[in-house]
Design a protein. Sequence first.
Length: 110
Amino acid sequence: MNSYLVPANAKKGTLIFNIFRPFDLILFCCGVGVSLLALAIVPSSSLVAVSIALLPGCICGLLVFPIPNYHNVLCALCSIYRFYTERRRYVWKGWCFYEQFKDTNSKSKK
């Protein structure tokens, strides 16, 4: 038997901490860095100001959060965006695909 079975976790060995791509870590670190910088600059006298300062880190954390069937939320959002924006071409190859060509060829010959 000449078949090769790929283990389920083969891709995880190429990831950092078996979860993150390098871009994911860069994105997360940038978001946390912006949040820390905003916390240092913005006066923390109100809850709204602190919430706005923490928002970049929270958004980046949610984007790199792993979910099933996709790598993370960012990959899922990119797939959804590509699905709705790219041109899709559907080729019919159903049960009457070849009959349709037979009918059109026979009509054109007459």
